[in-house]
Write a protein that binds this ligand. Structure first.
Ligand code: KG4
Ligand code: ZN
Length: 351
C-alpha cells in the first residue's frame, strides 16, 4: 500500500510518499522561513500564496523521487486542519484534484494526528503511549490510544511553548525563529542569575501556560541596559529556557502518573514538535520519563517538525481501517483531536 501525503497548514509546504511497511519513499519539505523572517513570525497571507505557488512542484518532485505515478498509489492524504486556513485549503484542494483525476480515495488528516502517529512510522510503536507535542502552534499532552482515539491530558491555556521561545528571542535581540537561537545563547548563560517563574508548576492537572513567563522576561529585559550585552542576553536566555524546561518537566511528570493509572499497558513518552529539538528540554524529559519507569522516544528531527511523511502515514493508518473522506470535506481551522477536551481550552489555544 502506498499513500501520497501533502502538508500545508503552517509555513512548510511538503509532499511525501510512504508505504505500509513503514518505508518513506520520498519526503520533500520547502520551508518558507525566509519569506516570513522580515516580519518575525508567520504571515498567513504570505504563507497561503507561497503554498499555492509551490505545492504542484513539490508533489511532482516527491512522485519522481519515489519513482511512482499516480496510478501506483492507493490513496491521497492532505492535512485537513487545524492550521492557517488559506494554506490548509491549498493542500486539500490539491489532494482532492489528484484524487478525482486519478480515481483514488481522498483522506483529510488531522495535522495533530500526523504528529501523534509519527512514532509508529519511525519506530513501529504500539498503542497506547503518551505524547508531548510542543511546537510553535501547539503545546499539549495526549494519550494516544488508537488511530482516531486520543485523550488530551493537558494543553496550554495561553501561548504555545515555541511561540514563547520566538518572543523571548525577539526581546533579547536574537532573531527569528527563536528556539534554536535561544538554545545557543543559553548554552553560554547563567540560568541562576535571574529568578523567573515556573508557570503551573505544582498545580493540579497537566495544563501549560507561558504568557506569564513571557511577560516576566519582558519586565526583566526592561531593567537591563540597552542594547543588551551578550552576557545579559545569554543569562536571560538560559534563565528562560530553564524555567520552560522546569515547567514542562513538572507537567509531564503529572501526565505520566495519570497515564500510568489509566492506561497501565503503555510505557513510552514520545516527544514531537520543533521545541522537542531543544537538547536541555530533551534531557530533562528523558530523566522524568526514566524516573517514572517510562522509555523516552524522540523521532528524528525532520519528522518531529512539520512534514508530509507524517500526513501520508496517518492517512495510510486511517485508510487501512477503511476510513476515507468525501470530496466535500471542508478544511478546518480548528480541529481538536479529543473533542471532549475541546471545551476546556482557553484563549489562544489553537487546538
Ligand atoms: O514544529 P515546528 O517546526 O513548527 C510548528 O510550529 O508547527 O516548530 C517550530 C517552533 C518554533 O517556535 C521554534 O522557535 C521552536 O519550534 N524551536 C525550538 C527549537 N527549535 C525550534 N524551541 C526551542 N529549542 C529549539 N532548539
Ligand atoms: Zn505541526
Amino acid at each position: 500500500m502506498i499513500v501520497l501525503g501533502i502538508e500545508s497548514s503552517c509555513d512548510e509546504t511538503a509532499a511525501a510518499l510512504v508505504d505500509g511497511d513503514r518505508n518513506i519513499l520520498a519526503d520533500v519539505v520547502l520551508s518558507q522561513l525566509e519569506e516570513h523572517r522580515p516580519y518575525g513570525g508567520v504571515v498567513p497571507e504570505i504563507a497561503a500564496r507561497s503554498h499555492l505557488e509551490h505545492v504542484d512542484r513539490l508533489v511532482a518532485e516527491a512522485m519522481e523521487r519515489a519513482g511512482k505515478r499516480f496510478a501506483d498509489i492507493d490513496a491521497v492524504a492532505a492535512t485537513g486542519g487545524p492550521g492557517l486556513i488559506g494554506g490548509v485549503m491549498v493542500g486539500v484542494m490539491t489532494a482532492k484534484a489528484i484524487a478525482l483525476a486519478s480515481g483514488k480515495p481522498f483522506l483529510a488528516v488531522n495535522h495533530l494526528e500526523g504528529h501523534a502517529l509519527t512514532a509508529r512510522l519511525t519506530h513501529g510503536l504500539e498503542f497506547p503511549y503518551l505524547l508531548l507535542l510542543a511546537s510553535g502552534g501547539h503545546c499539549q499532552l495526549l494519550a494516544v490510544l488508537a488511530v482516531g482515539e486520543y485523550r488530551r491530558l493537558g494543553s496550554t491555556i495561553d501561548d504555545a511553548a515555541g511561540e514563547a521561545f520566538d518572543k523571548v528571542a525577539k526581546m533579547v535581540g536574537l532573531g527569528y525563529p527563536g528556539g534554536p537561537l535561544v538554545e545557543k545563547a543559553a548554552a553560554a548563560g547563567d540560568a541562576a542569575r535571574f529568578a523567573l517563574p515556573r508557570p503551573m508548576k505544582g498545580r493540579p492537572g497537566c495544563d501549560f501556560s507561558f504568557s506569564g513567563l513571557k511577560n516576566a522576561v519582558r519586565l526583566l529585559v526592561e531593567t537591563l541596559p540597552k542594547p543588551l550585552s551578550a552576557t545579559d542576553a545569554a543569562d536571560v536566555a538560559a534563565g528562560f529556557q530553564a524555567a520552560v524546561a522546569d515547567s514542562i518537566a513538572d507537567r509531564c511528570r503529572r501526565a505520566l502518573a495519570e497515564f500510568r493509572q489509566r492506561w497501565p499497558a503503555g510505557n513510552t513518552l514520545v516527544v514531537a514538535g520543533g521545541v522537542a529539538a531543544n537538547k536541555a528540554l530533551r534531557a530533562r524529559l528523558e530523566a522524568v520519563a526514566g524516573e517514572a519507569g517510562f522509555a523516552f522516544l524522540a523521532p528524528p528531527l525532520g519528522l518531529c517538525t512539520d512534514n508530509a511523511a507524517m500526513i501520508a502515514w496517518a492517512g495510510l493508518e486511517r485508510f487501512r481501517l477503511g476510513l476515507v473522506d468525501g470530496l466535500d470535506f471542508a478544511p478546518r481551522p480548528r480541529w481538536p483531536l479529543d473533542p471532549n477536551a475541546a471545551k476546556l481550552g482557553g484563549a489562544g489555544v489553537k487546538a
